[in-house]
Design a protein around this ligand. Structure first.
Ligand code: CO
Length: 134
């Protein structure tokens, strides 16, 4: 069911500082900041040869990463995103296995313009998992 690792998302308290780490210290290709108001984050994309890193900074009052950063003030790995061919088939299979899908269980359009879902970390080895239809 799982395809490629689409990205690893890292929550950061300061996007400019995080961008400098990846662009200047690590010499990576980093995009300009992209505000995603419907997701409560501003994102920069770090392009790697085989996948992407996304740095996420809270945007607005009710950012979904605010609580994570309160617990991890210097930032940390927030989620991993795997590609699937058919997100509805993947969701239905996982629900059949007893896994919890976050929110209302319906795919939303993610930062790459493709349908995504999030899965409960307690059902996936303590890691928040995003599925993206490739
Ligand atoms: Co993501």
């Amino acid at each position: 069911m799982l395809g490629r690792l689409n990205h690893v998302a890292i929550a950061v308290p300061d996007l400019a500082a995080g961008t400098a780490v990846y662009r200047n210290m690590l010499g990576a290709k980093v995009s300009d900041p992209q505000p995603e108001p419907t997701h409560g984050v501003t994102v920069v994309f770090v392009e790697l040869p085989n996948t992407k890193i996304e740095l996420l900074e809270p945007l607005g009052e009710n950012s979904p990463i605010a609580a994570f950063l309160a617990k991890n003030p210097s930032g940390g790995i927030h989620h991993v995103c795997y590609e699937v061919e058919d997100i509805i088939a993947a969701r239905d299979r996982l629900k059949g296995e007893g896994a919890r899908v976050l929110g209302d269980g319906e795919p939303k359009i993610g930062a790459h313009g493709k349908p995504v879902l999030f899965l409960h970390p307690k059902d996936f080895c303590g890691t928040l998992v995003e599925l993206e239809q490739a």
